[in-house]
Each structure stands twice: as structure tokens, then as C-alpha cells.
Design a protein around this ligand. Sequence first.
Ligand code: AP5
Ligand code: MG
Length: 216
Amino acid sequence: MRLILLGPPGAGKGTQAQRLVEKHGIVQLSTGDMLRAAVAAQTEIGKRAKAVMDAGQLVSDEIVNQIVSERVDSDDCRRGFILDGFPRTLAQADATETMLAQKGMSLDAVIEIKVDDDVLVDRVSGRYTCANCGAGYHDTNMKPSVDGVCDKCGSAEFKRRPDDNAETLRTRLQAYYKETSPLIGFYYAKGMLSSVDGMADIDDVTAEIEVVLAAV
Ligand code: AP5
Ligand code: MG
């Protein structure tokens, strides 16, 4: 199964992708996570991407198209993958079509997670992840069962993203509406778009996504 998760910053793409990984045994390909790993490793791409990401703007199409295309060739992507945060511009959507066709692959679904803007500040400012395994949490919406201990790996170290503040979120949202939201019409016109209510509880959003996937 190959699918795209679309939605604004804080919509729940990463949260739902982690659940799909567990349930379906497919891989989460988050361009945000890949770029953050490149920044942490201080690679050439990471050095070029850091200031852009910290400002909440989009990294160049050329960079992200290349990292996704290379990643998709890995053995662990054979069973399928979830594109989380990619494509994010119409140029990236075109490149995705060409890339998949060249690799003899096709998409099964594009799922838009719809969320009102006013909850996004709370979602991103309350978000943190396990520094060891990357499991996602939230100060109020999704706490670990034991305070300060990751449910998945037992680590007591957590981290927050430098772009998760109200000011940078405004720039990220502008980039979303200007560059990414046109993809909703793009995939709707191809008859591939399904939308789910991202304002619902996390479990209910998961259930709605499973209904979509059962029909493809
Ligand atoms: P990226 O990492 O992709 O960030 P984003 O798109 O801004 O999305 P987020 O990761 O912030 O949100 P999410 O939808 O994953 O929400 P989450 O599930 O964590 O990109 C970061 C940067 O990298 C970009 O700004 C750009 O610079 C660059 N970049 C990345 N991809 C690129 C590309 N293709 N092209 C160019 N540049 C690119 O949920 C958020 C919080 O809310 C969590 O704490 C969660 O617990 C909580 N939550 C989730 N769902 C619910 C719910 N239903 N109810 C209540 N709380 C919920
Ligand atoms: Mg994410």
C-alpha cells in the first residue's frame, strides 16, 4: 500500500502515520524527519536546510525530491510506504508521479487530514517526541502512561522541535496555504482524494483512515 497524508502543520500526519506503520507494516517516509536527521548529522543537505526549516519555509523541491526518490528504493519500502509531508508543492506532486511511474509503482490513496487553524498552535506547542525512538506525545492530548517515560522504549529523554513556536507556525501555515493546499484540488481532480476529520479524537481519526484504506 502506498499513500500520501496531506494536512497543515500539526494536523496529525505523523501521529497517524506511526499508527499505520504498526498496523500495516509499511514504512513512514516523513520528509520533515529526514531533513531533521540531515540537520543533526550536519550533512551538506542538512546545512542547506537548517535555516529554511527554522524559519518555517519550504526546503527546495530539488532537495526533497531527491531524498524521497533515494529512500523509496530501499528494501524496507517494498511492502509500501506513507508519504508524510511530501509532496508539498505542485512541482513535488508532478515529480512524485514521474518518480513512481519510473519505478513501476502507483499510489493507492491520498488522505487529507482537515483541521481548523485555531487548534494548531496548541498542537505544535504541546508536542514532544522521545529522543531515543521518536514516538510522538503531547503535553495534554497524548501523554505517556507513566509521566516522563516513553511508552515504546522506556527512555526518559524527550525533545521539542525548534520550529514549534507560534511565530514560526504562522510562516509554516502561510507556506501550507500558498504551496501545499493546491494539492487538494490536484488529487481531487484525479479522483484520488479522501478527507478525514482531523478535529476528532486521535483514535477516531485512525478509524476514519482505516475506512478509507479498506475501500482502496
Ligand atoms: P514537517 O516535519 O513535515 O512538519 P509539518 O508539515 O509542519 O507538520 P508537523 O510535523 O508539524 O505536523 P503533523 O501533521 O505531523 O502533526 P503531529 O502528528 O506531530 O516539516 C518540517 C519542515 O521541514 C517544513 O516546515 C519545511 O521547512 C521542511 N519540509 C518538510 N517536508 C518538506 C517538503 N516536502 N518540501 C519542502 N520542505 C519540507 O501532531 C501534532 C501534535 O498534535 C502532536 O503532539 C499530537 O499528539 C497532537 N495530535 C495529533 N492528532 C491529534 C488529534 N486528532 N487530536 C488532538 N491532538 C492531536
Ligand atoms: Mg509531522
